[in-house]
Design a protein around this ligand. Structure first.
Ligand code: CO
Length: 264
């Protein structure tokens, strides 16, 4: 098993290098330069990521960009948004420690993810992937470009947020939005987890999820791969399980978020 993995990696490496070289003049993450002065940017929100136990700070290159986000308008040309990732401080069992407000405590810095918008960028991407004029890039703690990051994942995850100029953390700045569900939800999505994570329902009974997080989430059934809509803060989704059985589900945007519905 180990040997075959190594073989695959050795074979794949020259191909990956060749692809990067071929792409460098046209499209891709290498267009973005590491924003060395990110500490002078505007800190506009802090996100606790329960699923990956990270404390994240989000910076914008200008106050104009933050103001545009708050107004729900497209961000200015040449806006740079920087996500600084830190480990959350944890106890001996690995559980994140929290301050008096229930927020994570900043641990060691892990790296940077940057999104930058420039006039004319993005034209070479297919329509179902393109994020307007945005590109994404990842950097290590030393500011060195990370060629191995999953850049397609960046585009896929931000694509549903086209109406807010592909900026996911905007939902929190706007104080939520979307339609509030009627009736009592069965599962509350909060802090990147499903509560309760396991639920029992009768066949034909609707199960309702409501998203209480600033981050969007998406109920996705593991076996059938059926995806519900992307839920922004306050939005709910109902699904009826017709047949008895055990249904595992995840968040389509954060696959570490796991839940289960037992139908009997
Ligand atoms: Co999620």
């Amino acid at each position: 098993m180990k040997r075959s993995l190594v073989t695959v990696c050795i074979l794949a490496l020259p191909i990956a290098v060749a692809l990067l070289t071929a792409r460098s003049s046209t499209a891709g993450p290498e267009k973005i330069e590491f924003p060395a002065n990110w500490e002078k940017y505007v800190l506009y929100t802090i996100v606790d990521r329960y699923d990956v136990k990270q404390y994240r700070e989000l910076y914008a290159s200008s106050q104009e960009a933050v103001d545009a986000m708050k107004r729900g308008q497209p961000l200015p040309d040449r806006t740079v948004l920087v996500l600084v990732q830190y480990k959350a401080q944890a106890d001996a069992q690995g559980n994140p420690l929290k301050n008096a407000s229930g927020r994570f405590l900043k641990g060691d810095r892990i790296g940077f993810t940057v999104m930058e918008k420039r006039q004319g960028w993005g034209a070479e991407y297919p329509g179902d992937l393109r994020n307007g004029e945005w590109e994404y890039s990842a950097f290590g703690t030393d500011g060195r470009f990370n060629a191995n990051a999953n850049y397609t994942g960046c585009f896929q995850c931000h694509k549903p947020h086209e109406k807010q100029d592909f900026v996911i953390s905007l939902a929190g700045l706007m104080g939520g939005g979307g339609t509030t569900g009627t009736g009592a939800p069965d599962v509350r999505i909060s802090g990147f987890s499903f509560g309760p994570p396991r639920l029992t329902a009768a066949p034909g009974q609707a199960v309702m999820w409501i998203n209480n997080d600033d981050s969007p989430h998406q109920i996705t059934l593991t076996a059938s791969k059926a995806r519900g809509p992307v839920l922004t803060k306050g939005q709910s989704y109902s699904h009826t399980f017709a047949a008895a059985g055990t249904y595992d589900y995840v968040c389509g945007l954060h696959p570490n978020m796991k839940g289960q519905v037992e139908v009997k």
